[in-house]
Ligand binder design. Sequence first.
Ligand SMILES: Nc1ncnc2c1ncn2[C@@H]1O[C@H](COP(=O)(O)OP(=O)(O)OP(=O)(O)O)[C@@H](O)[C@H]1O
Length: 236
Amino acid sequence: MTDAVVLEDVDLSYGSRAVLSQFSLRLDQGSFTALLGPNGAGKSTIFNLIAGLILPDQGDVRVVGQSMSQTRAGLRDVGMVFQQSALDPELSVVQNLRYFAGLHGMKKPTERIAELLAQFGLEGREKSSVRDLNGGHRRRLEIARALLPRPKILLLDEPTTGLDPASKQAIVEAVHDMSAQGVTVLWITHLLDELWPEDDVIVLQSGMIVSRGAFAELGGAEGLSQHYASNERPQL
Ligand SMILES: Nc1ncnc2c1ncn2[C@@H]1O[C@H](COP(=O)(O)OP(=O)(O)OP(=O)(O)O)[C@@H](O)[C@H]1O
């Protein structure tokens, strides 16, 4: 397996608040990894480091072999879906995608847009205004948008928050499909029912990895809940 993401001996502080100390992490290409942990554990910090939005104080962050700390050349390989919407509600579905394609210098995005609309069940909604989409379709569009320039890494911060079970399941399946096609996925979540038995799960507490393994090996939802019941417990 090739490492798509490597964090090596990373230190990161916000002022005097040390969040990560000598933190290391590797993600295989095409893996689906869920990052769990209580509020303040450092999940978003790791996300922002991989995205190149912040730089480590010490150590190295490499994305598909490129050191983000030095060149940030790996930035174009990372797609991001934040909790906050990155869509323009006044534009249509296709206009949003075309606009983002333009930002990424994609000259002929029509085919890629059609492919993603089909993959995310958004066919027939091309001309709908984002304002008129339901929550599930908006989140799907958000993910399709992030995938437009074919990033090798996809980072998602609680992408299903507030969605109904059917919409949630559609997104979970679509993103697992992406990882089966070779995209490396890092999925921040508090919801264990989103995970599949073979998913790689990392439990983070106070900036440290306290458990890592396949979801089924860690005992699934029940095992993870019990394990942390008497400990500092992630919000599950
Ligand atoms: N810009 C910042 N300035 C100062 N402190 C920060 C900043 N961003 C995060 N922190 C602190 O760093 C710690 C880790 O925050 P982080 O957002 O990475 O955790 P998290 O696991 O993503 O939490 P949550 O589940 O609440 O999003 C927290 O104590 C937080 O208050």
